[in-house]
Ligand binder design. Structure first.
Ligand code: KIV
Ligand code: ZN
Length: 502
């Protein structure tokens, strides 16, 4: 009988900590619903004490997802645990996840405590959480750099206090597979009450080993693995869910998960778009080139028998072409039907916004396929109230011309027109927006890609700007790539203006 591995998804908590990836409540719920469809066992929906907005979003996820356990994160502080419980208590199966530093460097330098005090705090917090909820997970943060005897004491003490899951984090992505494997094996051998808890691991990717370390730990006895879609997360990210699941499915038949793998690709796209984090083309399992065969010898082999160069069937991770194409003549019913097939159940208000944008795009691009439609929806969902909106733009560029952009933006009832030159047309447009709005931002990321193939493809632009030390992301799509860039930049700027109350 294969051993069951529980998939704990932390895309909405550790993944959401990436600068510019913050989701609003509606987006969080859409991602949570997709994770439910994917079949994850646990959704870590957020860190409610970090902001009232996050507490509300976690609460909505707790109320509206029925399958998975809904967990939230808290420090070992009563107030954090109280706020967390308020957010998740409506879940069918809630879980409180508390964490506290276990390595000396974290205990002494970050918390300015000693081991004894840290141990007491962890035990007190687990006991406190236990008053609310039977399912309590404890994570000794930075466990892989902790003193092993002390780690054993913490694990034993927190299980005795009632922890039902013990999660061993490689917080800074420091360990290597053999060492981590050994750590898990030694913990199982040494901690006398370890069988009273599910043993979990949580690996970061600073040395590119998060997935390898997670697999090594599973093979040594861990039963739960914490991961994120596309491997997003703090710094170099977390272990990628899709990679762990497909490694187990393709190579390690002694293990099984509850993941419905044909939903992997759709989940990856959704998270990438919602969080403004592009997926690198050569990313395992979900990169755009992961199943593309370009070398002649490979193409020849694939045509003869695809197993020559394919170890996973693309359809097993949900890569299939959607054939139904919409046009400017498609009515509301057809668009709604297609959206619902793609998994989007929108409110009437949101549907109307999507439909109007669909018509505007379909007027310029003859055929709207599934990928175009997904992009339109996800951009509408990420929009913020517009302080400035784009009314008109005219751009001049060429090999012997100084690129020039002239824009008219609308602010309330006022129309403001200005022009700017730049190093290229996109630069000219961004400078022009800065001139009109008075924005003083540093561009930290800009990505432009065609959503589908063909010269009339919808271009999708993603922009990240930094203003006063804070990062704001924006996204937009248009058949005109310069217009897409302008709208994305304005979208990010409006996010800043929304909080700066301009
Ligand atoms: O990386 C880490 O240590 C964490 C814990 C809160 C589990 O994210
Ligand atoms: Zn983490």
């Amino acid at each position: 009988m294969p051993r069951r591995i529980y998939i704990f998804d932390t895309t909405l908590r550790d993944g959401e900590q990436v600068p510019g990836a913050k989701l609003n409540t509606e987006q969080k719920l859409i991602v949570a619903k997709q994770l439910e469809k994917l079949g994850v066992d646990i959704i870590e929906a957020g860190f409610p004490a970090s902001s009232p907005g996050d507490a509300r979003a976690v609460n909505l996820v707790a109320k509206q997802t029925k399958g998975p356990i809904v967990a939230g994160l808290a420090r070992c502080l009563k107030n954090d645990i109280d706020i967390l419980w308020e957010s998740i208590k409506d879940a069918k199966r809630p879980r409180i996840h508390v964490f506290l530093a276990a390595s000396d460097i974290h205990i002494e330098k970050k918390l300015r405590l000693d081991r004894q005090r840290a141990l007491e705090m962890a035990i007190t917090a687990v006991k406190y959480a236990k008053k609310y909820c039977n399912d309590v997970e404890f994570s000794p943060e930075d466990a892989t750099r902790a003193d092993f005897d002390y780690l054993c004491k913490v694990v034993e003490g927190t299980i005795k206090a009632g922890a039902t899951v013990i999660n061993i984090p490689d917080t800074v992505g420091y360990t290597i597979p053999e060492e981590f494997s050994e750590l898990i094996r030694k913990l199982i051998g040494r901690v006398p009450n370890i069988d009273k808890a599910i043993l979990s691991v949580h690996c970061h990717n600073d040395l590119g080993l998060a997935v390898a370390n997670s697999i090594a730990a599973i093979r040594s006895g861990a039963n739960q693995v914490e991961c994120t879609i596309n491997g997003i997360g703090e710094r170099a990210g977390n272990a990628a869910l899709e990679e762990i699941v497909m490694i187990l499915k393709t190579r390690l038949e002694n293990f099984e998960t509850n993941i419905f793998t044909p939903e992997i690709y759709a989940t990856s796209r959704l998270v990438s778009r919602m969080m403004n984090i592009p997926v690198q083309p050569n990313k395992a399992i979900v990169g755009s080139n992961a199943f593309a065969h370009s070398a002649g010898i490979h193409q020849d082999g694939i045509l003869k028998d695809r197993r020559t160069y394919e170890i996973i069937r693309p359809e097993d991770v949900g890569l299939k072409k959607h054939l139904l194409v919409l046009t400017a003549r498609s009515g509301r019913a057809a668009v709604r039907h297609r959206l619902s097939e793609l998994g989007y159940e929108l409110s009437d208000d949101m549907f109307e916004k999507v439909y109007q944008r669909f018509l505007a795009v379909a007027d310029r691009k003859k055929e709207i396929c599934a990928e175009d439609l997904k992009s339109i929806v996800e951009i509408e969902l990420t929009k913020v109230p517009e302080v400035y909106s784009l009314l008109r733009m005219q751009v001049m560029s060429g090999n012997e011309t100084l690129p020039l952009a002239a824009l008219t933006l609308k602010k309330g009832d006022k129309l403001i027109t200005d022009a700017s030159v730049g190093n290229g047309p996109v630069d000219a447009v961004f400078r022009c927006i800065n001139r009109i709005t008075g924005l003083n931002a540093t561009l930290i990321d800009f990505d432009l890609k065609a959503i589908t193939k063909g010269t009339d493809a919808l271009g999708e632009a993603m922009v990240k700007i930094e203003v006063n030390g804070q990062v704001f992301a924006g996204r937009a799509a248009s058949p005109d790539v310069i217009e897409a860039a302008a709208r994305a930049y304005l979208n990010a700027a409006n996010r800043y203006f929304a909080i700066s109350k301009q």
